[in-house]
Each structure stands twice: as structure tokens, then as C-alpha cells.
Design a protein around this ligand. Structure first.
Ligand SMILES: [Zn+2]
Length: 544
């Protein structure tokens, strides 16, 4: 099958294209224009913008934490009989099916679920397999687990830790490793309720800093393309920008990714002791070339916070809106689910909203700042179209700012920022850069050899509307969305790395699980047969 897309405005920064041109798709791949060939289908894309399919590097869409949130908030389900109002949260629909549909309709074709405890990997993969259209991946949690911290306590070699990381990645079929509140989650089990970067985890005798550095090095040395993905200590606390600054400094010259930086850009200035420290963090990120961040933008309306940061969620339970919450603990990471409503009229929420936008606008390089709302923690992913409009049009921003409390705007620099993202910068941030960050050379661009994941948008005065309903989306060369509606439900694959695992580590893990839990270590394994579909997985190469 040969498809010819004619006369589109091609926005493909990875290949230096921002021009009117054509795309040729043969089966699932973008190809060079075949001389003299006649297309089986020709699409006139005059007036449409063509980008590679969008890639979301951090969105909580599957697994035990998400499922608990679903169970706890039935009134937010699209299908719920008593659902009183349309909220940002209820718009996500809450099923795996709706998740795939809504992402595809916005032109997103790959999404990473970033927080899966090793023992929940199979569950997360089963849910992801049930999510149509998009390709997906998980990041597995380490850094608070007894086995890994035990290795550090015993002073074992860096190679032992590296083998454990490799075993975890391979067993759980993950694309990378995330650490959440490094050491803090483990310390919570000893009734510790506050934990910073140089605090020591009881019993294990290691600091957060040591955990981050050891895991960062292990991931790097294994050649895993995605750097260690860090959810820092002290999320949400005034003055916590110092923690983020210390973590950025600790990266030194090795790659490190900091998740949802908005939640760490809080100063203590101003009459309410809460202010934006986004300028200081943006300056540090601009200078630290090995560091990437995603924003975790907060948007207004009802949502729910879903986090493996048990310590943080336990502290935040009093802020639950509506007043119900769930905290669970376990080895590695438990979870905390706290529903929350961001209010435009509230001082703190308005400052949070401004901080996210400041980070987007003050970090110079769009290939190192990633587009996330930490779905659903800052806002559901269905708010992305509004966020694109806020970044691309300063008049849209001014209109939103006019609704916010003046005291909030006084403690941020947002009103003074005039930058507007270009289409090419948007495509860098949501296509080219995430493909590179995750190690997916055949995604995120429209050059020959790329997988034919393509989104066509119909531009207009209303930027949000353009990104809300793609004119056409192709996934692996198949048309799956037409005029903002899914027309075909294909299923994507789960992407994962396959580092070499030493036989000695397999034996150690078997013995550990047997001695500690009386369970086989195979319990954590995600077998291909569990998915019940041909080729549910796709291996991503490691550098080593
Ligand atoms: Zn997150």
C-alpha cells in the first residue's frame, strides 16, 4: 500500500523541514518519493499541518495506582449515572479504551506510563495492552526497594547494582527506571515524614543523593537510552526549589531527567510565604546540558493526584477535594491517591499555574523541556490543547491571567514573558525530542525510514481546537483518525529495553524472593503469552 500525502505544511524539526511538501508512506514506513510510482491513495493535505505522531513521556494511564483512583472516584466516570457535571477529570473517560481514543484524536501515538512498581508490572502491561491505537511503555520504580538499598548498605559493587537494574528492566519489560522521592519512600516506613536530598535512610544508611547517583550511573552504563527519571524529594513544599537545584547539580555531566519540575519550583517569598522560583530553576536547567525536565503543568478544575510518593501523599491527604483518599505501602513503592481541585481564584493554585508556564517559557531549548501535565496530577491530558494555545499565543495567556488573583501574579514573572512557541518548537518538544530521550530513532520525525505515525492538523484562529481534533492520524501507516474521530481501532505495542542480565543476578533474585516472601521471582515476569495478541512487545536497543 502506497499513500501519497500532498501539499501539507510539513513541520519536522528533526529533519530541518518547515515547508510545504509531500509525504510518501509505504505500508508502515515513511519512504523517499518513489520515482514514477503511482500511489494507491492520494490525500490532498493543502492547508493542513503535518507532524510526526505526538509522544508523551510521562502520563499515569495504567497500573495499580491508576486503577485505585478509578475505583475511588466513580462520580468522575463518563458512564456514571450520577455524574453531576462535566469536569476536566470526567472528560478522560477513565477506561483504557477512552485513553487510547482521546490520545489518538489529539494526534498522540506513543505514551509512557512512568511509575510502575516491579510487582505491578504485569497488571500495568495488561491494561496498556487493552489501550487501543497508541504505542506505550512503562518506567519501573527502583531506589526505595529493600533489595537495591540492601546492596548499597552492604557496600556491594556498582556492577551488582547494575545487574539488579538490568534484571528489573528485563523482567518487567520496562523502557526505563524511575525513582520516586529517593530514600524518602523507604524512610516513610520508619514513620519519617520529611526527607531531603542529604538525609539518611534509616537502617540502610544511604542518602537520597547516593541513591540517585548510583542509579543514574547504572542506567547510563547499561546503555539504556532513557536517563534515570527522577521524582525529587520534597514535592509540593514551599522552598523546595533548593532540593531541585541540588539534584540538578548532582547530575554532573551524566544524563538525568527530572519529572514534573513545576511541583519543585516553589519559593518562600511574598506575604503568603509561597512564590515562584521558576526563574532560578530555569537558569539552572539552561546551564546543565545533561539535564532534561518535564513540566507537570497545573491547569484549573477537578483532578486527582496519583503518586508513588507515599510520604508526600500522606502529608497532602488533608487537602483532598472531595474528602476521600487512599494510601497504601509496600516494598519498593506503594501509592497515594488524593483527589484535588485546582481553583483559578485560589492564590496557591494560581501561582502553580503560572510557574509551569514560566518553566516552559524560560527554558531556552525546547528539546530539554517536555510537555506534560503529569496526567492527571497537574491536570488531565485532555487539557493539552489549551496548554498548546497558552504557549503559542501571548494574548490567550493574557486572557487567562486576567482571571487570576493579583497577589498570585505578583510573586511570578509570567506577566512579563512575551515568548510564543512556534509550530517547530512544539514539534521538537512533543515529537523529535521525546523520541530521542526514549531511544526511538524511528519515531518523532517524518524522514525516510521513520515509522508512519503521522498527525495532520487543520490550523485556525483557535489553536486549542486545532490540537483537540486532528484532521487525520496515521498509526503505522494506517488511517486511525479522520476529522477528530477514531475510525479504526488498531493496537500498538509496548516498547521495552532488553539489557543483558547476568545469570548470577537471576539466581540471587530467585533466592531473595524465596527467602523473603516465599514466592518465586518469576512472579514479576511479564510473559509475552499473557497479552494474548500477536507481537505485543517491541524491543528498543540499548547503546551497550
Ligand atoms: Zn508522575
Amino acid at each position: 500500500m502506497l499513500t501519497h500525502i500532498r501539499n501539507a505544511h510539513i513541520v519536522d524539526p528533526a529533519n530541518g523541514r518547515d515547508e510545504i511538501g509531500d509525504l510518501w508512506i509505504r505500508d508502515a514506513t515513511i519512504v523517499v518519493p518513489p520515482p514514477g510510482a503511482r500511489a494507491d491513495e492520494t490525500v490532498d493535505a493543502s492547508g493542513l499541518i503535518a507532524m510526526a505522531g505526538g509522544i508523551d513521556i510521562h502520563s499515569h494511564i495504567a497500573g495499580a495506582n491508576v486503577n485505585t483512583a478509578r475505583l475511588m472516584l466513580p462520580e468522575q466516570h463518563r458512564a456514571h449515572a450520577r455524574r453531576p457535571v462535566e469536569t476536566p477529570l470526567s472528560q478522560v473517560g477513565w477506561t483504557t479504551f477512552e485513553t487510547g481514543r482521546l490520545y489518538a484524536e489529539m494526534g498522540f501515538t506513543t505514551v509512557v506510563e512512568p511509575a510502575v512498581a516491579p510487582h505491578n508490572a504485569l497488571h500495568a502491561h495488561l491494561e496498556l495492552a487493552d489501550t487501543p491505537i497508541i504505542h506505550k511503555a512503562i518506567l519501573t520504580l527502583l531506589g526505595n526497594d529493600d533489595f537495591g538499598l540492601g546492596l548499597m548498605r552492604a557496600g556491594e559493587s556498582a556492577s551488582a547494582l547494575r545487574d539488579h537494574v538490568a534484571w528489573t528492566l528485563q523482567t518487567t519489560r520496562a523502557l526505563g527506571i524511575k525513582v520516586v522521592n529517593p530514600g524518602g519512600v523507604a524512610a516513610f516506613k520508619d514513620n519519617i515524614r520529611s526527607f531531603s536530598f542529604d538525609d539518611v535512610v534509616p537502617y540502610y544508611g544511604v542518602t537520597s543523593r547516593a541513591i540517585v547517583k548510583a542509579l543514574q550511573k547504572a542506567v547510563h552504563e547499561l546503555g539504556v537510552p532513557h536517563p534515570l527519571h527522577v521524582h525529587c524529594n520534597n514535592l509540593g513544599l514551599p522552598g523546595n526549589f533548593e532540593t531541585a537545584l541540588a539534584t540538578i547539580a548532582a547530575a554532573e555531566d551524566l544524563p538525568l531527567h527530572l519529572a514534573h519540575l513545576q511541583f519543585y519550583a516553589y519559593g518562600k517569598e511574598g506575604p503568603q510565604g509561597f512564590s515562584s522560583a521558576a526563574p532560578q530553576l530555569a537558569e539552572a536547567v539552561n546551564a546543565a546540558k545533561s539535564v532534561t525536565i518535564d513540566v507537570g503543568q497545573a491547569m484549573f478544575g477537578q483532578t486527582v493526584t496519583i503518586s508513588s510518593d507515599v510520604l508526600r501523599q500522606f502529608s497532602a491527604r488533608g487537602q483532598a477535594r472531595p474528602k476521600k483518599w487512599a494510601i497504601a505501602d509496600g516494598d519498593s513503592n506503594g501509592f497515594g491517591i488524593v483527589p484535588y481541585e485546582y481553583r483559578a481564584g485560589g492564590f496557591h493554585n494560581a501561582v502553580q499555574f503560572a510557574i509551569g508556564l514560566e518553566l516552559f517559557l524560560l527554558i531556552d531549548d525546547p528539546s530539554r523541556v517536555f510537555f506534560t501535565t503529569d496526567h492527571p496530577n497537574g491536570a488531565p491530558f485532555t487539557t493539552y490543547p489549551d496548554l498548546f494555545a497558552l504557549l503559542m499565543d501571548k494574548d490567550v495567556r493574557a486572557e487567562w491571567l486576567s482571571r487570576l488573583p493579583k497577589e498570585a501574579l505578583a510573586v511570578t514573572t509570567l506577566p512579563s514573558l512575551k515568548r510564543e512557541y512556534t509550530l517547530s518548537e512544539i514539534a521538537t518538544m512533543t515529537r523529535a525530542a521525546p523520541a530521542k530521550l526514549l531511544g526511538l530513532p524511528d519515531r518523532g520525525h517524518l524522514g525516510a525510514g521513520a515509522r508512519a505515525d503521522v498527525a495532520l492538523y487543520r490550523p485556525g484562529k483557535d489553536i486549542a481546537q486545532m490540537f483537540r481534533a486532528a484532521a487525520r492520524v496515521y498509526k503505522d501507516g494506517e488511517l486511525v483518525v479522520l476529522n477528530g474521530e477514531v475510525t479504526r481501532y488498531a493496537y500498538g505495542r509496548a516498547l521495552h529495553v532488553t539489557p543483558v542480565v547476568e545469570a548470577s543476578m537471576r539466581r540471587r533474585m530467585r533466592d531473595y524472593y524465596d527467602a523473603r516472601y516465599g514466592l518465586p521471582s518469576d512472579l514479576l515476569r511479564v510473559p509475552e503469552g499473557a497479552i494474548g495478541r500477536p507481537q505485543p512487545f517491541e524491543a528498543v536497543a540499548c547503546a551497550n
